[in-house]
Structures are given as structure tokens and as C-alpha cells.
Design a protein around this ligand. Structure first.
Ligand SMILES: *Cc1c(COP(=O)(O)O)cnc(C)c1O
Length: 230
């Protein structure tokens, strides 16, 4: 299957699961995860209507983004950082990305705030939450979430948009459902308290339909669009 067909198919599946869940499909944005994918195939995806691209490594993104951006001038493509971010890459990340999904510490937030301030940018961020105990490497534990969010809300150059999570791998997509549901419940409680946490980044190729049923607004889909990675 070509990339254009794959994009169409993923969009159809997004629409179908939104409808099934009684949601407006327009609430859900597709982040096409282009890590390890070369510029030629990324451009095919953009021509097929992809408007948001997700990368997981700053260095790789820095090499690819300028080439692709120059072809699609006018800001029609957004770039999101979905992978772990080291503090020493914060400056480059602020230069490259419209939304950073993986903020998980006060120290990283402070560095992003500082770097964004230097360039006069307000950086949109999601906070990555670790819901699976020791199984996950990255993400802030739920118990520490409010402390991090309180700190972020004091930072003038960061704008909180919502939460992200990565459930532990499970061969059955239903295995991810409790984690997706939990993230939505946490976000709803935060919104009640006045935090602007309306975006929920959750769901990948294997389980994005379940994530949409549980409230995802950003689904991060790589393999189902670009095929298996090497
Ligand atoms: C690679 C990756 C994805 C996409 O995974 P697929 O299974 O290929 O859809 C989503 N989110 C993160 C954080 C990733 O690193």
C-alpha cells in the first residue's frame, strides 16, 4: 500500500472510532510519526494531507525539518517532538518544534522556558505522565504531577496544552485502555481545577482507536502510515 492510501485508511479509522464514541472527528489530530523516515516519503505523506509530523529525536529532526519545511512554506506543516528530551537539547527543540509532548520534569521545563524566552517564543507543551510504575522510563509519576504543573504555570514562556502518556506494550490493544482512561480522568480533574490541559496525546498504530474512544485529541501514528521501521 502506498503512503497516500495508508494516510486515507488511518483517517477513515480515526473517523469511524470517533463516530463510534459519539465524538466529532475534527477534535482528533493525526500526528504522523516520521522518525527514521526519509524526506521523500515524508513529503508524500504531506501531499496526501498530513499536516502534523512527529519526530522522537532532536538531532534527526534538525537534519530533516529544514529540507521539508522549505518545500511547504507558509507554515502548513507542524512539527511535534514526541520522544524524550534531554535538557542540553532544549534550545534546538524550541527552535524546531511547535509542540513538545514529552516534558516530564521541573528542570526540563525551566530550561525550555529559558530558551523560549531568549527567542521570544511561547512554547506549547504537553506533560508526559508515567502511569505504569517502574515499567516506563520516562514521564512524571502521577503523584508529582501537580507540583510540576504548578511550576509550569509560573513560567511565562511555556503554555501548557495537555498531557501525554505511553502505556506499557501489550499485544492486545485493549490492554492500553485502562491507561488511556486514567490519563483522561487525570486531565479532566486538572481542567476542573483550572489547568489548561485539554489535549490528550495517546494512542499509536496498534491502539489509536481505543485511545480515541477514551478521549485522545492527538494520536501518534507511525507504522500504520509509513510501514515497519528497520
Ligand atoms: C514511534 C513512536 C510512536 C509511533 O509508533 P507506531 O507504533 O509506529 O505507530 C508514537 N509515539 C512515540 C512516543 C513513539 O516513539
Amino acid at each position: 500500500m502506498g503512503i497516500a492510501d495508508a494516510v486515507r485508511k488511518v483517517r477513515d479509522r480515526i473517523t469511524a472510532s470517533a463516530v463510534k464514541a459519539g465524538r466529532d472527528p475534527a477534535e482528533i489530530r493525526l500526528v504522523a510519526v516520521s522518525k527514521t523516515v526519509g524526506p521523500g516519503r515524508i513529503i508524500e505523506a504531506v501531499k496526501a494531507g498530513v499536516t502534523v509530523l512527529g519526530e522522537n529525536r532532536v538531532q534527526e529532526a534538525r537534519e530533516k525539518i529544514p529540507e521539508i519545511a522549505s518545500l511547504f512554506a507558509g507554515g502548513s506543516v507542524e512539527w511535534h517532538l514526541i520522544g524524550h528530551l534531554q535538557r542540553n537539547k532544549a534550545r534546538t527543540a524550541v527552535m524546531l518544534f511547535d509542540l513538545i509532548h514529552s516534558v516530564d520534569s521541573v528542570a526540563l521545563s525551566a530550561e525550555l522556558d529559558k530558551q523560549a524566552g531568549k527567542t521570544g517564543k511561547v512554547q506549547d507543551i504537553l506533560v508526559q505522565v508515567k502511569l505504569s510504575g517502574e515499567a516506563a522510563k520516562h514521564g512524571i509519576p502521577e503523584n508529582d504531577l501537580t507540583g510540576l504543573l504548578d511550576a509550569v504555570m509560573q513560567m511565562n514562556n511555556l503554555r501548557l496544552r495537555g498531557l501525554m502518556t505511553m502505556p506499557p506494550f501489550s499485544a492486545d490493544p485493549e490492554g492500553a485502555r485502562p491507561y488511556f482512561r486514567k490519563l483522561r480522568e487525570i486531565a479532566e480533574a486538572l481542567v476542573q481545577k483550572g489547568f489548561p490541559a485539554n489535549e490528550l496525546s495517546m494512542g499509536m498504530s496498534n491502539d489509536f482507536e481505543i485511545a480515541i474512544e477514551e478521549g485522545a485529541t492527538l494520536v501518534r501514528v507511525g507504522t500504520a502510515i509509513f510501514g515497519e521501521r528497520d
